[in-house]
Design a protein around this ligand. Sequence first.
Ligand code: AMP
Length: 394
Amino acid sequence: MKKTIVDYNLSNKKVIIRCDLNVPIENGVITDDNRIVQSVETIKYAVDAGAKVIVLSHLGRVKNEEDKKDNTLLPVSKRLSELLELPVIFVPCTRGKKVQDAVNNMKSGEVVLLENTRFEDIDGKKESGNDEELGKYWASLGDIFINDAFGTAHRAHASNVGIASILPNGIGFLVKKELDTLGEAINNPNRPFVIILGGKKVSDKIAVIENAVKIADYVLIGGGMSYTFFKAFGYEVGQSIVDNDSIEFCKRIYEENKDKIILPVDIVTGTAVVPNTTTRLTDSKNIGENEMGLDIGVATVNNFKKILLNAKTVIWNGPVGVFELEKFANGTKKLCEILANLRAKVIIGGGDSAAAAIKFGYKEKFTHISTGGGASLEMLEGKELPGIKVISEK
Ligand code: AMP
């Protein structure tokens, strides 16, 4: 079992907590603070235990100087301060004298937030490339390192793997909850165990499908991925999204798992991915040459429902249609409704499925909504996450 924050005496120690405070911000305004809310428990625990808390996080992607102004953590520090009901000292840089001074002047129970770790990516991808010198520098600021950023646990960055390779370390409450909930569902599920996969591209999810058919009783496939299967069967798919490199894979995996893989039997089509396109409900074999499949139809929803009603464990990753557009949101909406009413452990695997579940008002209805789309997908692939692997065992 991995060490956690509770395994350390934090009193008067400088504790670096890597959080995932990567929230959507539009014109300086945070539009969904869920990740900040989820990070509070660990930070608060460290504060109450008398630590000097140094918080690190990335935000968005930072490729050049221009990207800096849209990706500063300043608005996040304000929201974090409100949620903690404590002042948060924001340091507008990632290294140097200001950082040094802020850390040296800290008193027990204070919180410092450094600027976006990805500002270090401008000069040679130092954060994302896990630059050794950067990891050492950040590690030199603290005594103990806690990884509470599940959203980046599938990446080896200087701010997680780099620091953890040097300092005594552990995981925070959020990462523990994610690992326990997802880990239990994946490794020891109550059966029937159903995995629902949607989203855009098969190529992103080949390894997931490959493992899903091994661990689950059913794998329900919707969304843009369906059309590569249909093309593999020789159906007309019109203008639907197809991953030509994955056709052979789809053919083989379906052939080997016919009873397990459930594909859409009907489709809502449009002629373009725009709000006012003309729609049509058709069976999966009869998509018109000029049409594209953009949602699952009612018969498919009912097929999925029959299987889901018996399920004891469900993991869902990827919307089953272009849920951002009203005309193609029905399948994903209905799926949320079915999942919300199941008497089963239902886990939403982050990313767009989490966004859909929240958009359609089902946020409180599931066992768990993961804060890490990519990380939960890699767990579904059966991989060990580098950000977790580096953490010491008890
Ligand atoms: P992913 O990041 O692979 O989970 O993909 C999520 C995206 O897939 C969402 O933005 C959906 O709009 C999109 N999507 C779902 N179904 C389809 C479809 N039939 N055609 C194109 N895109 C889709």
